[in-house]
Write a protein that binds this ligand. Structure first.
Ligand SMILES: NC(=O)c1ccc[n+]([C@@H]2O[C@H](COP(=O)([O-])OP(=O)(O)OC[C@H]3O[C@@H](n4cnc5c(N)ncnc54)[C@H](O)[C@@H]3O)[C@@H](O)[C@H]2O)c1
Length: 445
């Protein structure tokens, strides 16, 4: 479980970014994603998917999928489904040349289902492989991909260790081929983060186009916040993020076990830590402090858990509340609270950004984003709603536009989450977990 169950209500027919507009690839001259005033897309360009034409051209656009799971083919847990967005964006040009997943049967089943639909032409020649090496050994020149979409679990990527080094393998075997990588960039020991930074450097030095799946950056509401900050020349003073999940709906035992999923801040809260950084800029990691409410404390007892927590060793059980603060390099202050406390299925998530005279409050970004804006001159908040927004389409649309590299309009397409930037979000979530563990009241205290 990575994001709210209630997001399933969000239709898959939502807005888009870029539409048929295309532009140049990511280059060294592009603005830094971490700069709070740069690395944004005009929200007016984020148009509904049903108004976005498939990209022009007639040549095949070969794609390799790594992982045949929910993020790639959808599930009833939420609106994510990269194959669906790629089908719309690339139209008949889409050719999925390989689907790589050790769960071969699962991969074959999803392909069978696709081949029964009108998108058959994208999948009828897809070959299933257990790993990348098998694909490389069997690939014909015609099957060479233009993009690889990586949706395998994060414990199998983001390092230089064999079997967990898919990015380096792709860079080595397919130099120049674009990568889309799901969040978080990795899950593993905190010490491995330096490895992830090395991968980031390799990606940057090779100028490989690479986008990370922090899709909330592509929300129309997020981009409107960016625009207000930029147009009014504001300096962010504080970010206050709150992520309260509906734990009753989370039935995956791994999610409740820190030794497997690495805990709710790293696995789930990562989206909001990333969004906080998108507005606040670079975090001074040495300033991160945090407290947690643990399972063995009276206030941490939960009455509606769907998993049998007694099967999880006590030291691996997840915190019920994690509350963190930090300083940004700019001097601004960040604040993030993750709560495993709601029942039912709707999550409650909000991000507030403050600057002199302004508050920008983003509410319910997964399901029905609403933005409340208070400006100088009035104590009243203005309310903005974004009914047809689809950040999953927007991130894919921008990724493909950047690969196609047509210099029609230099403002049209942007990758808003680079590998290096996403490693910094991963580093922040690990720092929050580590700080909360350091400060926690022991069961025996
Ligand atoms: N952005 C979002 O909102 C969002 C939503 C869902 C999932 N995700 C992310 O997508 C990733 C995958 O999540 P999921 O929900 O699809 O998981 P999943 O368990 O549904 O699917 C993962 C698939 O990867 C396969 N796999 C395992 N090891 C592999 C390997 N070494 N190489 C290739 N495939 C391998 C598994 O067999 C499985 O079929 C995670 O990083 C998750 O955080 C992001």
């Amino acid at each position: 479980m990575t994001t709210p169950m209630s997001a399933r209500r969000m239709s898959e027919r939502r807005g888009s970014a870029g539409g048929a507009h295309r532009m140049s690839a990511v280059s060294g001259s592009r603005p830094s994603i971490s700069d709070p005033r740069r690395g944004s897309i005009d929200p007016l360009r984020l148009i509904p998917m049903d108004q976005a034409l498939p990209i022009e051209g007639s040549d095949d656009f070969n794609v390799v999928f790594i992982g045949a799971g929910n993020i790639m083919f959808g599930s009833d847990e939420g609106p994510w489904n990269h194959s669906f967005r790629l089908e719309h964006k690339l139209g008949p040009r889409l050719k999925v040349v390989a689907l790589i997943d050790p769960a071969v049967q699962r991969a074959q089943e999803v392909l069978r289902a696709k081949c029964k639909t009108f998108v058959k032409s994208a999948y009828e020649n897809t070959r299933v492989f257990k790993n990348l090496d098998e694909f490389i050994a069997n690939m014909t020149p015609k099957e060479r991909p233009r993009a690889v979409i990586i949706g395998s679990p994060p414990q199998f990527r983001g390092t230089s260790k064999p079997g967990k080094d898919i990015e380096l393998q792709i860079l080595k075997n397919f130099p120049g081929i674009a990568m889309f990588v799901e969040k978080p960039v990795a899950t593993g020991p905190q010490d491995d983060i330096k490895d992830a930074f090395t991968i980031a450097k390799t990606i940057r030095d090779s100028q490989t186009i690479c986008s990370i799946g922090y899709m909330l950056r592509y929300l129309k509401a997020t981009q409107m916040m960016k625009k207000i900050i930029s147009e009014n020349n504001l300096t962010v003073m504080a970010t206050i993020a709150r992520y309260a999940c509906a734990y009753e709906a989370i039935a995956k035992p791994d999610w409740w076990d820190k030794s497997r999923s690495f805990g709710p801040v790293i696995e789930q809260g990562t989206h909001f830590c990333d969004l906080s950084r998108y507005f606040g800029g670079e975090v001074d990691i040495s300033t991160v402090s945090a407290h947690s409410l643990e399972h063995y404390e009276n206030a941490g007892r939960l009455s509606a858990m769907k998993v049998d927590e007694s099967q999880i060793p006590p030291e691996n059980r997840i915190p019920r509340v994690t509350a963190a603060t930090w300083k940004y390099d700019s001097g601004a202050v960040g604040n993030f609270t993750h709560i495993v406390g709601l029942q039912g299925s709707d999550y409650s998530c909000e991000l507030e950004v403050y600057a002199d005279g302004y508050s920008l409050k983003l509410v319910n970004p997964y399901v029905q984003p609403v933005l409340y804006v208070r400006r100088p001159g009035s104590d009243d908040e203005q309310t903005y709603r974004f009914p047809d927004d689809d950040p999953f389409f927007s991130e894919i649309s921008n990724f493909i536009d950047v690969i196609e590299d047509i210099e029609e309009d230099p403002d049209a397409a942007q990758i808003l989450s680079s590998y290096e930037d996403a490693v910094k979000s991963y580093e922040l979530t690990w720092a929050i977990r580590a700080a909360s563990e350091k400060s926690k009241k022991k069961a025996t205290d």
